[in-house]
Design a protein around this ligand. Structure first.
Ligand SMILES: *Cc1c(COP(=O)(O)O)cnc(C)c1O
Length: 284
C-alpha cells in the first residue's frame, strides 16, 4: 500500500461563523497538513506517481507553499528536490524549504523566470512539479472533499480560495467523484490577485501581469485552463475581497478558533462573513 503523504485533517463546525451567516459552517483545517497547506495532497499524489515511474529527482519553481510541499514530499519519498525561486523570495521561505532538505536556487526576477530555469533542468527522471496545473494534482486535492463526505457531511456549498485554481479543480473533482458535481462553489480571490474573476469577466483566459495583493499564495497571473473551463460547466461563482477584508478574515479565525492562517485563507473566511453576497440567498 502506498503511504499517504497528507493527513486526514479535522473538520470542525464553526458556531460563530455559522451564527453570523445563519447557516451551518464547517471548517476543513488544512493549515494543519505537515507542510502547512492543502498542497501536500495533490503534490504528494503526483510525486508518488512519478516515484513509481522511477523519478530520481523533483524540481519546483515556487518559494511558497507549493515549493514547501514538494520539498516535504521529496524528503518523505527519499527523492532529492531542487526548488528554483525568484530573487523576490523572502529568506524565511528559503529557510523553510532548506529545512526540508531541499536545494534552493535563486534565479530570475519573478516566478515566470524561475519557472523557465526550473523546467530546463528536467528530463524523464528529473520531474517538474507544477504548483497547480496537472490532473494528478487535482486528483490528490480531491481527497479534501472525500474526507468531508466520509465524515458524513454533504455540503450545500463550498467556499475556497483561488490562486492558480488547483484547489478549485481538485474540489470539483472531489464533488464529481462523490456524486455532488452540482454543489455551488464560491471561488474567492483578493483584488490584485484576481486572475479567475478577470477571466470570467472577459469570457476567456487572461494574464493579469502584476500581482499587487498581500495574499501571495493567491498570486498566479493566470489560472489553469481547466479551472476557467470548470467555471463555464459547473455552478462556480468567482468573488473578490480586499486585502483588508482578508486580514479581518484571519483575525476572525484567530479570535474565534485561536488559529492563525495566512491572508490567502483569510480571504475565504471574509467571503463567508459577507452575508450580503447574493451567493448565500438560496443556500440557507
Ligand atoms: C496554494 C494556496 C492557495 C491557492 O491554491 P491554488 O491551487 O493555487 O488555487 C490558497 N491558499 C493557500 C494557503 C495556498 O497555499
Amino acid at each position: 500500500m502506498t503511504k499517504l503523504l497528507h493527513i486526514n485533517t479535522p473538520l470542525i463546525q464553526s458556531l460563530s461563523l455559522g451564527q453570523k451567516l445563519n447557516a451551518n459552517v464547517w471548517l476543513k483545517m488544512d493549515a494543519m497538513q505537515p507542510s502547512g497547506s492543502f498542497k501536500t495532497r495533490g503534490i504528494g499524489f503526483i510525486c508518488q506517481q512519478y516515484a513509481k515511474q522511477g523519478a530520481k529527482g523533483f524540481v519546483s519553481s515556487s518559494g511558497g507553499n507549493a515549493g514547501l510541499a514538494v520539498a516535504y514530499c521529496g524528503r518523505q519519498l527519499n527523492i532529492p528536490v531542487t526548488v528554483y525561486v525568484p530573487k523576490t523570495t523572502k529568506q524565511r521561505a528559503i529557510d523553510l524549504i532548506q529545512a526540508e532538505g531541499a536545494t534552493v536556487i535563486v534565479k530570475g526576477c519573478n516566478w515566470a523566470e524561475a519557472h523557465t530555469s526550473a523546467i530546463q533542468t528536467c528530463s524523464d527522471h528529473i520531474r517538474y512539479i507544477h504548483p497547480f496545473d496537472a490532473p494528478e494534482i487535482w486528483q490528490g486535492h480531491a481527497t479534501i472533499i472525500d474526507e468531508v463526505f466520509d465524515a458524513g457531511q454533504v455540503p450545500d456549498a463550498v467556499v475556497l480560495s483561488v490562486g492558480g485554481g488547483g484547489l478549485l479543480c481538485g474540489v470539483v473533482e472531489g464533488l464529481k467523484r462523490n456524486n455532488a458535481a452540482n454543489t455551488p462553489i464560491l471561488a474567492v480571490e483578493t483584488n490584485g490577485a484576481d486572475s479567475l474573476t478577470q477571466a470570467c469577466q472577459a469570457g476567456e483566459q487572461v494574464d493579469i501581469n502584476n500581482i499587487t495583493s498581500i495574499a501571495t499564495s493567491l498570486g498566479a497571473t493566470q489560472v489553469a485552463t481547466q479551472a476557467f473551463k470548470y467555471t463555464q460547466q459547473y455552478p462556480i461563482t468567482p468573488h473578490t475581497v480586499t486585502d483588508l477584508e482578508a486580514i479581518i478574515g484571519c483575525k476572525t479565525l484567530l479570535d474565534e478558533h485561536r488559529i492563525l492562517t495566512e491572508p490567502a485563507c483569510g480571504a475565504s473566511i471574509a467571503a463567508t462573513l459577507n452575508c450580503d453576497n447574493p451567493f448565500w440567498q438560496d443556500k440557507r
